[in-house]
Design a protein around this ligand. Structure first.
Ligand SMILES: [Fe+2]
Length: 218
């Protein structure tokens, strides 16, 4: 289940609806969710604030945008490969603290609720992750990350934002332009993703999402 409990009336176990439509199919008049929940518009790896984050995410396009609203993917494996040896070795010794509450602050969303914080207390993951399937190493970062363990919080957060900027350069990014009926499946261990902006009032965007739980990152 998603920690964000905003359902827009689309309650269904184990599925999360990403939409700008209400249950009658009309564009929600509350506007873009910037202040409420901006998390899908900032680079992240799904549920990395959980002890066992999502291995795979499935996103199905029921209604898709004509313009904008692409899903952007950045390869954390390619970004890791592009780091120099000294940086890789230093980062390999570090861990990140992940926090839903800080994620909501990082993305400029509403404050996390007490219920959400209780569902997802802070967890720690390695900053360099080894893929359980391929054995390849990648950065493991994103907006759900709060700071670097055993380092000054602000300094660590600033370094994480710098690394995220590095990892999400155009040369590491694929933009998926949605067609109706597309089912996009991705690997959260080696990617961060986000949605591109679109005209909330002119476009109709309705996606179904579910995830498969992975193991503990190492
Ligand atoms: Fe996501």
């Amino acid at each position: 289940m998603h920690v964000n409990q905003e359902s827009h009336g689309y309650e269904r176990p184990n599925f999360h609806t990403v939409t700008n439509l209400d249950a009658d199919g009309n564009v929600l008049d509350e506007g873009p969710p910037a202040a409420r929940f901006n998390g899908t518009r900032t680079w992240h790896s799904d549920k990395s604030y959980m002890p066992q984050p999502s291995m795979a995410t499935f996103l199905y396009g029921v209604e898709v945008t004509k313009q904008g609203g692409e899903t952007l993917f950045a390869s954390l494996t390619a970004a890791y490969d592009a780091l120099d040896d000294a940086t890789r070795q230093r980062l390999d010794t570090l861990s990140c603290v992940y926090s839903w509450a800080q994620s909501m602050r990082n993305s400029g969303s509403r404050a996390a609720t007490a219920e959400e914080i209780a569902l997802s207390p802070p967890v720690t993951h390695p900053l360099i992750r080894t893929h359980p399937g391929t054995g390849r190493k990648s950065l493991y970062i994103g907006m759900h990350a709060s700071h670097i363990a055993d380092m000054d919080e602000e300094a660590g957060r600033a370094e994480l934002f710098e690394l995220l900027d590095f990892a999400t350069q155009d040369r590491f990014v694929y933009a998926h332009k949605w067609r109706q009926g597309d089912l996009v499946v991705w690997d959260n261990a080696s990617l961060v993703h986000k949605s591109a902006p679109f005209d909330w009032y002119k476009e109709r965007r309705h996606l179904h999402r579910t995830v498969v739980r992975g193991g503990t990152p190492f």
